[in-house]
Design a protein. Structure first.
Length: 322
């Protein structure tokens, strides 16, 4: 019996030393940062900013690998099965939390298969209208849609995107006869509203910022707890009496479940330090984002909150992608 116990203790001690041994000297080779979208989009651009800063501070190359397909699901499925040694991490957007509710089948579980590292940046959704639309505020827009059933629609960058779900949340809250018109990206959605083809658009702020500033569309409200730096004159939803409609587009970093805690904490600290830098904040602001940088525990809690919030909207709106 004593020999058996000694064997168990030896095994336990061996296992307890695995994570520290993996973390020791990290990183000692290049680190792959997977992005589930093509180059050039906000998630990709922000991932490249983070990768460069991590390369500078940790002395090894953090390189981007774009793995497109299925709204980020293909990349997430690959990273979920990657070795959890800190040498494969992933930049995610809100779709990472939405897709398990939206798609009939996804190749990953956002909670069980991943460890949150840090929320990098957030950008609020904004409601814009063609200048010909008479509504100047969100309450006026609600009344306009109610007075004209079947007349109004809103543009959004694809089914299941955060702006689309924000529009559905707005529609459901006020029981509006408002139809979503999906576009293959934010740019064509905004252009359809600029041209008056789709009178209303729900978009992430970066997508419509230049059109707002140029007066091509009129912004009615920002779906955030505070006004956005790029459009400080545009009131929030809550300021106009429209409660519980906050909708952010998130960009963050996750790692495969089982990644050593020491590595996760190191990356989290370095990311937080990076996004606190004035030069990084300026670059994020140009994109319409605000830097965050938080702990693994804080980002993990935010991921679970987003899953619950948008899962309910998906179910209530009866949305599904097979």
């Amino acid at each position: 019996m004593a020999s058996v116990l000694r064997g168990f203790l030896a095994a336990a001690l061996l296992l307890s030393g695995v994570a520290p041994s993996l973390a020791q000297g990290y990183p000692n080779r290049p680190v792959r940062v997977v992005v589930g979208f093509p180059p050039g989009g906000p998630t990709d651009v922000i991932a490249r900013i983070v990768a460069q800063k991590l390369s500078d501070s940790l002395g090894q190359q953090f390189f981007i690998e774009n793995v497109g397909g299925a709204g980020g699901n293909t990349a997430a499925g690959q990273v979920a099965r990657a070795t959890p040694d800190g040498y494969t991490i992933m930049a995610i957007s809100t779709g990472f939390m939405v897709n398990p509710s939206l798609y009939a089948k996804v190749p990953y579980d956002p909670v069980k298969d991943f460890t949150a590292v840090s929320l990098v940046a957030v950008s609020p959704n904004v409601v814009v209208v063609n200048p010909s639309v008479p509504a100047k505020t969100l309450p006026e827009l609600v009344q306009l849609i109610r007075d004209n059933p079947g007349k109004y629609s809103f543009a959004g960058p694809g089914v299941g995107s955060t702006p689309h779900l924000g529009g559905e949340l707005f529609r459901l809250a006020f029981k509006l006869d408002l139809v979503h018109v999906p576009f293959p990206g934010a740019a064509p959605a905004v252009q359809a509203t600029v041209g008056g083809h789709t009178p209303i658009a729900f978009t992430a702020l970066p997508s419509s910022l230049s059109a707002i500033q140029a007066g091509q569309v009129r912004a009615l409200g920002v779906a955030a707890t505070a006004r956005a730096g790029g459009v400080p004159d545009v009131p929030t939803f809550a300021e106009q009496g429209v409660k519980d409609q906050e909708a952010d587009t998130l960009t963050g970093i996750v790692a495969p479940a089982g990644t050593p805690k020491e590595i996760v904490e190191l990356l989290s600290r370095e990311i937080a330090r990076s996004v606190a830098r004035p030069d990084v904040n300026e670059r994020l602001a140009v994109l319409g984002f605000k830097g965050v940088g938080n702990t693994s525990e804080e980002f993990g809690a935010r991921i679970r909150l987003e899953i619950e919030k948008w899962g309910k909207v998906v179910r209530d709106a009866k949305l599904r992608i097979d």
